[in-house]
Design a protein around this ligand. Sequence first.
Ligand code: IVH
Length: 634
Amino acid sequence: MTDKSVEKLSPQEAAAELERLARDIAHHDKLYYSKDAPELTDAEYDALRKRNLAIEARFPDLVREDSPSTSVGAAPAEKFGKVQHVVAMLSLDNAFDADDAHAFVAKVQRFLNLNTPPIITAEPKIDGLSASLRYENGRFVQGATRGDGRQGEDVTANLMTIADIPKLIKGAPGVLEVRGEVYMEKAAFAKMNADLEAQGKQTYVNPRNSAAGALRQLDPKITASRPLRFFAHGWGELSEPLAETQYEAVQRLAKMGFPLAGIKRANNGDELLAIYQGILEGRAGLAYEIDGVVYKVDSLALQQRLGFVSRSPRWAIAHKFAAEQQTTILEGIDIQVGRTGALTPVGRLKPVFVGGVTVTNVTLHNADYIRGVGADGEPIRGGKDLRVGDTVVVQRAGDVIPQIVDVLLEKRAKGAHKYQFPERCPVCDAHVARELEPGEEGVIARCTGGLNCPAQAVERLIHFVARRAMDIDGLGAKQIQEFYELGWVKEPADIFRLHDKRDELSTREGYGEKSVTNLLASIDARREPQFGRFLYALGVRDIGETTAGVLARRFESWDVFEDAVNAAVKAQPGEAYEALERVSGVGAGALAALLAAAPELNARSAGASPAAASQADMFAGEGAGVRARPRSKA
Ligand code: IVH
């Protein structure tokens, strides 16, 4: 992004930048939605969209037909009512090391023109999602997510189900908004995931995403069944002050019944760092995840004087824990074949505990990555390649996926061979083709076996039943694999014929009358799926959730859509083809993939009759917890 302020852009520059932003955002949407391989952080992605909006606001005439602001990728979740935060819910600036922490203390002292540092509190930074709880005359009346800080989602009914949140409090000001974090304990998360897996449902990546998913359920009964908890760490609107200091104010909240994660006071930077060290050392033993320590100026009068800069207060900062690193052995490199045939090398590690989890697998992305070359063609790990048997440094920070950040060459075995990327699919032995996708970096290796390749066939089926696709309860990766091996389910339509296997299935280990009845019922419940979900479920390359949603809303019925695609296949160029081409939000790659997949789009042969497009076809917000980084953020 250029740093030139929007005010200073000429119309020519604005048009050029809007074009670039449309392309870039579409590229990142694709990585995120269709490939599950985002390259940007949420903040970086949001900055692109914000810049796009700002330019469009100043140059309304230049808004493009393919503008990202009209695409559904970032549509806000419409399913909850909106809540305006009278007092904005801000974020925190970050400190990454002791120097940053000292600099924070010094800056505050300088700003306030004090001779000694002010008292500063320190408390764990809970890795959850923030919520604001409104009490009127002591009664819990409304609860909201943070949203964009000014406007959040009304999740009152869901927050009502959390036992840690008092519903009626004594001695509270007439208006009291308590702010804090909703989170899930590590053990509860692990148990919940194990249960989900056993039921064939999709699991969550970490406690925070799982808490977010649970809180943003439309049905509070589902929220109630998830073990959510709450810690208070501040407040919003108040009809009268709680106390004169941060420390005393949260103690008052504790007296009213709100759980606190523990808060201490320090007289200077060294004392703060000692508290930080103590919290860091206690981290592994905590029942919940924390990702740093929050420092806050204790005196509320001083907080007032310090005020805010853009979106964070000057009186507080989050001292983040450094990403943890450990060394271990790269014991093997396996190749996984995905649903589109893409070959992904996976490093098998000697299990190592790092960043709060035991890591055994790590994605190695592609052949270049193993060679020590990054997506931009620049060396990574100092250009060192990875060999089986190598001693490697593994890093994991927060919910970032674990990665190999270094190789200890001095420990490399004498005879260690360079890794040879396979020329043939390790599953079906078909030839492996190399593709360089336009506008993308890196060479994708793809098995050419198509659905003859058992790996591709199984992955396609797993995708079909997944929560964000057809969402068939009781059918997950494990069951699909089993039914595929039995020869019962080779293609989606076979799922709808599983009723024929009822008796055989009931006698199989792990199944009883009841579970079979439930499974068949959840299959029946999907015979008329939503258009967008069904299209996404078919797993056509480059047709991710966003594009599927766009097409669902553009075409009234599946039949009309199928006809349009078939007509376009027959006549290119031609009117039907151009009509599809004009659907904003469907790129050239997606269109080509759609036409190539035309024969697979026959819904009846897939055993389902999709319902007309509806609001529900908007994927935004659905199952937010499945993704590491929900785009429609809470
Ligand atoms: S204080 C004015 N204290 O971290 C900002 N935030 O990165 C008040 N968080 O949005 C935030 N633990 O959701 C505060 N002990 C803690 C926290 C905490 C977690 C979250 C909070 C905030 C985010 C900022």
